[in-house]
Design a binder for this molecule. Sequence first.
Ligand code: ADP
Length: 428
Amino acid sequence: MQRRFVFLEAYSKIMNVLVLNSGSSSLKFQLIVTDPDRIHQNADQRLCRGEIERIGGEAIVSAQVGSQPKTVFTAPILDLAAALDFLVRWMVSEQSGIEEVQSPADIHAVGHRVVHGGERFSESAVITDDVLKGIEACIDLAPLHNPNNVRCIQAARRIFGAKLPQVAVFDTAFHHSIPEHAFLYAVPYHLYRRHHIRRYGFHGTSHRYVVYRYSVIANKSREQTHVITLHLGNGCSAAAIRNGYPVDTSMGMTPLEGLVMGTRSGDVDPAVVNVIATKEGLTTREVESLLNTQSGLLGISGLSNDMRVLQQEIKEHDDHRCRVAIEVFCYRVKKYIGAYLASMGGAEGVVFTGGIGENSADIRARICDGLDWLGLKLDNSKNEKAVGREQQISTDDSRLHAFVIPTDEELLIARDTVRCILGEPHPS
Ligand code: ADP
């Protein structure tokens, strides 16, 4: 409580929040100005966004300040800590042109996207020593992701000092409402007890954001919100939302399960792991890597994980493997829509988001094709025009509506950061 008052005193003003999403060789960032009034009025301001890629050598830094054109340059950056140090120096420099930030003291808080919050974190949290230990304890569950998040949090502490509030926003947190019958795998129960093997789900911040936007657009209360949200990007996941909260989601213990993705297989018979290992002379860890990085759209097409490349190839050469990759992708999404409608007792809408969901009318049309019997009729003209903006794309007389709602995970992370620091509940 005392901590909260300290924060309140120091931050009873608008806050420049640095949002960080750290990967193994990349650091995505945004600088967002927000406060409770701006959140309420949906008037948060984005000062800068960008990414540092290929950390570990000559890194590529791309950044866009306000609505100015994107700048891209390279710099030798050896690790994540050096990347954050570089980023802060660049932000406060004249070169960046960010007038609101003249020194590190002008950054008032840091919000981190943390991949795995395990069973402990059901909502975003101010990062205390105890919370940091909790994030470290989840490394077992996300050995490829959480260590980067921990490193990034520690680097931010070193750069800004321990007093600067930092908040963790977990990819898994929104899915905490999923009931036992949907999160348990049918494997010996002691494996759940001993090793916490269960479905957790990911992309929670994205699903949560589009559920919130849907409720605003459709003028529904949270309790009245029953939708299926489809995050279709390079990673893909579906969530069944009943009374505003997930009752099921397609990603599992790791992000590998569920829909077909850019390079991930999604659902496969677990027995194929051993078959592939034996036939190809690989370890099971190598097979897991193959399922994560060489499968999905890339694996079937043999060409690319990028949906646009496959679409272009079909147009130009009618390539069979590209066509079938897209067919498998869309069929899997359709199958999940059917399964979730049954498991959640019906829904009033399907929401498309993520790079593919927001931008590809063709993929949306393929997924919705043949769902008229469920009451979902696409308005082709609206669907074609809905590119990267909020739009209902079903006909008005549909019983099951379809929407495009661009996601904005960074905005939600910035808002949660402010709300956690001020001790306010997260309404959405
Ligand atoms: P990430 O999951 O890495 O955040 P995105 O949400 O940006 O990825 O989605 C990336 C995917 O979106 C890529 O497969 C890309 O081809 C696809 N995409 C982006 N724009 C379009 C478009 N206009 N048509 C089809 N696919 C698109």
